[in-house]
Design a protein around this ligand. Sequence first.
Ligand code: G3P
Length: 217
Amino acid sequence: MKFFIDTANLAQIKEAQELGVLDGVTTNPSLMAKEGITGRNNILKHYVDICNIVDGDVSAEVISTDFKGMIKEGEELAELHEQIVVKVPMIKDGIKAIKYFSDKGIRTNCTLVFSCGQALLAAKAGAAYVSPFIGRLDDISTDGLNLISEIRHIYDNYEFETQILAASVRHTMHVIDCAKIGADVMTGPLSAIEGLLKHPLTDSGLAKFLEDYQKGN
Ligand code: G3P
């Protein structure tokens, strides 16, 4: 399973990259705003800065909601860097845009996916990634992980190449459950990645090893 970090914070992206397990980055307009990155030029520059830190794919989201606008924006984003994947919302014009980009060899990430039907459409249109938001489904008492399972089943039935990118991952158990289900990618905060490290028996075991080493020296 690929690990993406879901942030526009360069320090956190660097930290995850230095851990050696990072495969890419996802961003969205809210995450950009959270880092105080505003204005088209600053946003475009920030995407390039992110690409220069990581080796893998970097999702950059269009703001337009009409087909023409999405195409114009998406082509500009794709030209920024070869690692850019154009993030397109799951709306009617978004599906048309994904199909257009797919025909032109521009990779897309279909975002704001909350149902199997939406995931099926995204795959049919040729999205490179589909992003079901599992945390936001959990927030409204709906089983986000179950959606990942169902999409996995559907995609396997027809050997769709679209990768399931479990998004809105909030914590380590989401990561582990996504791995069990067979999500291709998960994107979450640094805390969800680093949380995988933690076990009290590792800490106490290491403390004992070091203590015993000291006794013998
Ligand atoms: O990747 C989508 C993600 O940014 C949404 O996460 O935590 O705002 O639901 P969250």
